[in-house]
Design a binder for this molecule. Structure first.
Ligand code: SAM
Length: 288
């Protein structure tokens, strides 16, 4: 858990520099830092979500994407892995990412463009620009009021009439044992302290449908096993899932690093006994 040499020193330096330029006032020191583990975790989540979803998206645009001319926005694209895969699968369409940190690779498919910007300001795109707007695992990066009063409105503004919005995000965990109950309690405290809403995913359909330009939301729940009972996939998730939140867990449970390590060891057994799951929600809606 101590500070190790970075696997991606150049990348981390770049991220830290960019982050300093766009730092949110309400940033909480106990939230996950953008370090090696963070990048590995984002990569892992990408592969897990694609695997359990049987693909990179669910909006009904497969044929149009293949034909070409479709313009797609990946909101807060992070490492850009989703964008690069989509761009390679659909070389005749255009893929744009917006992100505050430069954590995407220098070499990317030529139909990918990354715009470095703070999404808490007006997005640097014209109205009705995109056919498809995608957002993954971004709910907990912003407060509920930032989502309701700014982000959802901007996502809709830049979407063309008839275009699709797909959001996929963390809902919570189920079949919890006592250790995960404790961890969840601490993580909830960290999020609330940072001004985030842990329950946003349970009401996001309402947030979208509140906007008169958007149609009814199709909501699907995706389930990911945590632990070796779920095979290779569950095994990976178990190791990485909450590893960025150790500081917050120690603080709110008032435990030492040594005790936390012991809890993590027991957690690895507990998730198998309880057959713990990670729940993810997918929301799809079309702009009128
Ligand atoms: C949890 S990550 C998800 C990344 C990506 N969507 C994925 O699924 O891999 C959240 C992302 O939001 C970005 N972000 C947070 N605040 C931002 C802001 N104000 N402006 C632009 N990007 C921001 C972070 O840098 C990070 O890449």
């Amino acid at each position: 858990m101590g500070s190790k040499q970075s696997k991606y020193p150049k990348l981390i330096k770049k991220i830290n520099k960019a982050s300093n330029d766009i730092r949110q006032n309400d940033e909480c020191p106990q939230l996950a830092k953008q370090d090696d583990q963070y990048i590995d975790r984002m990569q892992l989540f990408h592969h897990v979500i694609r695997c359990v979803s049987n693909g990179n998206f669910k909006v009904p645009l497969n044929e149009q994407l293949k034909e070409g001319g479709v313009v797609v926005l990946d909101f807060c694209c992070g490492t850009g892995t989703w964008l690069s895969e989509m761009a390679s699968d659909f070389p005749n369409s255009t893929f744009v990412g917006i992100e505050k940190d430069s954590m995407y690779p220098e070499h990317k498919p030529k139909n990918v463009k990354i715009v470095q910007a703070n999404v808490l300001e007006k997005f640097p795109f014209q109205d009705d620009t995109f056919d498809f707007v995608y957002s993954r695992l971004n709910f907990l990066s912003f407060s509920e009021s930032q989502w309701k009063n700014h982000l959802i409105k901007e996502l809709i503004r830049v979407l063309k009439p008839g275009g699709y919005l797909e959001c996929i995000d963390h809902l919570g965990t189920d079949n919890k044992g006592p250790i995960l109950e404790k961890f969840s309690f601490a993580i909830e405290k960290v999020l609330i302290q940072a001004g985030r809403s842990p329950s946003l995913a349970s009401k996001f359909s309402d947030v979208i449908e509140f906007e008169p330009q958007m149609g009814k939301v199709t909501l699907t729940e995706v389930i990911v096993p945590i632990g070796s009972w779920g095979g290779e996939l569950g095994l990976h998730i178990k190791t990485h899932m909450m590893s960025g939140l150790n500081k917050g867990i120690m603080h709110h449970l008032k435990i030492s690093e040594k005790n936390l390590e012991k809890l993590w060891d027991d957690f690895k057994i507990e998730v198998n006994t309880h057959r713990t799951i990670w729940k993810i929600n997918r929301y799809i809606s079309q702009k009128n």
